[in-house]
Design a protein around this ligand. Structure first.
Ligand code: NDP
Ligand code: GDR
Length: 377
């Protein structure tokens, strides 16, 4: 793997002239992933390397290493020594970096996964979230056009079930009206429509994957599922007595990230571009997630009290394991997500393989092992 952020303008222009058309029998498989260091980016990179793609990822400069999720790929001789994976410094807020990277890499597929992806944080960083998630999407689409590649590149946009927001109908499908409930969802709404607009205006092969929540052992630590599995794993090892959560009653359609990145790839292999809901078709509350995680370590949680005074107590003891802290409440909440992915099942032949209980098992096993190795993680 190499960090390759340098190439002269004329070099790039010359290289650009050599771009072949994807429709004209171009058999190159070159993927560019924004957000490669995130949960989905890391699984997608693995999947595409297995499919023999040359994989390029955009990473942003950070004061600490932000590549822990893809570090194992450094050790992979096919990816690393074979030159199959390259990282480039760039940022969704920096158009020139995007143009430079696209002109140099000449991707056949772009997966736009980079985002300020935390819904609660988007209320505090609303302008930045719009810069990255909304205008960032526009920037990368325009970078494709600036490079004259709008007819050759296939483009995937990480859209989200957060677009549905306030419940209008369930289950939610591609025709369900949107009602975004956060600065994050509003920014992603712009991303969704600009992708459709560029598809219609410039005949681009561009797809929105409307993905419902998907989790894994690599999930960011401040999303609710990972927060729960990490905390319960610490309780198992007696490193923690209790932890705090916000709204226990919101319901999510939770799948496994590994299943969902496969759907991203499938969307770019169709004859025509389209938008797809990707979901399991099952919904569970945060409360149920907590109960299942505790069940995994052989404990049962019973709930007592109401509202902010509600607590989760370990059955057979008087030990409080879960408390409510209103600081985790959102100014506007998304109460219920339940996806109908029948279009993807029909047209992509996609189905989720991992069930709700299997997902929790995977995350719990991983966090129990992590906390055993590193109690201060
Ligand atoms: P993560 O938060 O794990 O990853 C986000 C990625 O975006 C990271 O690689 C991050 O880099 C990168 N990033 C953030 N800001 C910038 C920026 N300004 N410039 C360049 N890169 C940036 O998200 P997920 O992997 O969970 O999600 C991937 C995408 O899918 C996101 O767009 C998310 O909004 C969307 N999505 C996610 C769902 C889910 O349930 N996971 C469901 C539906 C949509 P760094 O590592 O440096 O922070
Ligand atoms: P979400 O995921 O907002 O659905 O966005 P998150 O895990 O943050 O919240 C899910 C639900 O849990 C409730 N909750 C808490 N959430 C967090 N983070 N921390 C807590 O302590 C807590 N307690 C209760 C929340 O209120 C919410 O109802 C994720 C992100 O990956 C987005 O990028 C993506 O677009 C959507 O999923 C689909």
């Amino acid at each position: 793997m190499s960090l390759n952020s340098e190439a002269s303008g004329s070099q790039q222009a010359n290289e650009l002239l050599k771009v072949e058309t994807n429709g004209g029998g171009d058999t190159r498989k070159i993927a560019l992933i924004t957000g490669i260091t995130g949960q989905d980016g890391s699984y997608l990179a693995e999947l595409l390397l297995k499919k023999n793609y040359e994989v390029h990822g955009i990473i942003r400069r950070a004061s600490t290493f932000n590549t822990s999720r893809i570090e194992h790929l450094y050790a992979n001789p096919v990816a690393h020594q074979g030159g199959k994976m390259k990282l480039h410094y760039g940022d969704m807020t920096d158009s020139s970096s995007l143009v430079k990277i696209i002109s140099m890499v000449k991707p056949t597929e772009i997966y736009n996964l980079a985002a300020q992806s935390h819904v609660k944080v988007s209320f505090d960083l609303s302008e930045y979230t719009a810069e990255v998630d909304a205008v960032g999407t526009l920037r990368i689409l325009d970078a494709v056009r600036t490079c004259g590649m709008e007819k050759t590149v296939r483009f995937y946009q990480a859209s989200t079930s957060e677009l549905y927001g306030k419940v209008v109908e369930t289950p939610q499908n591609e025709k369900t009206p949107f009602y975004p409930r956060s600065p994050y969802a509003c920014a992603k709404m712009y991303g969704f429509w600009i992708v459709i607009n560029y598809r219609e205006a410039y005949n681009m092969y561009a797809c929105n994957g409307i993905l419902f929540n998907h989790e894994s052992p690599r999930r960011g630590e401040n999303f609710v599922t990972r927060k729960i599995t990490r905390s319960v794993a610490k309780i198992y090892h007696q490193q923690l007595e209790s932890f705090e959560l916000g709204n226990l009653d919101s319901k999510r359609d939770w799948g496994h990230a590994m299943d969902y990145v496969e759907a991203m790839w499938m969307m770019l292999q169709c004859e025509k571009p389209s938008d797809f809901v990707i979901a399991t078709g099952e919904t569970h509350s945060v409360r149920e997630f907590v109960e299942e995680a505790f069940k995994f370590i052989g404990r049962e949680i019973v709930w007592q009290g109401e509202g902010v005074n509600e607590v989760g107590i370990e059955k057979g003891t008087d030990i409080v394991r879960v408390r409510i802290n209103p600081k985790y409440f959102r100014p506007t909440e998304v109460d219920l997500l339940l996806g109908d992915s029948s279009k993807a099942r029909r047209e992509l032949n996609w189905t989720p393989k991992v069930t709700f209980k299997e997902l929790i098992k995977d995350m719990m096993e991983s966090d129990i092992e992590l906390m055993k190795r590193n109690p201060i993680a």
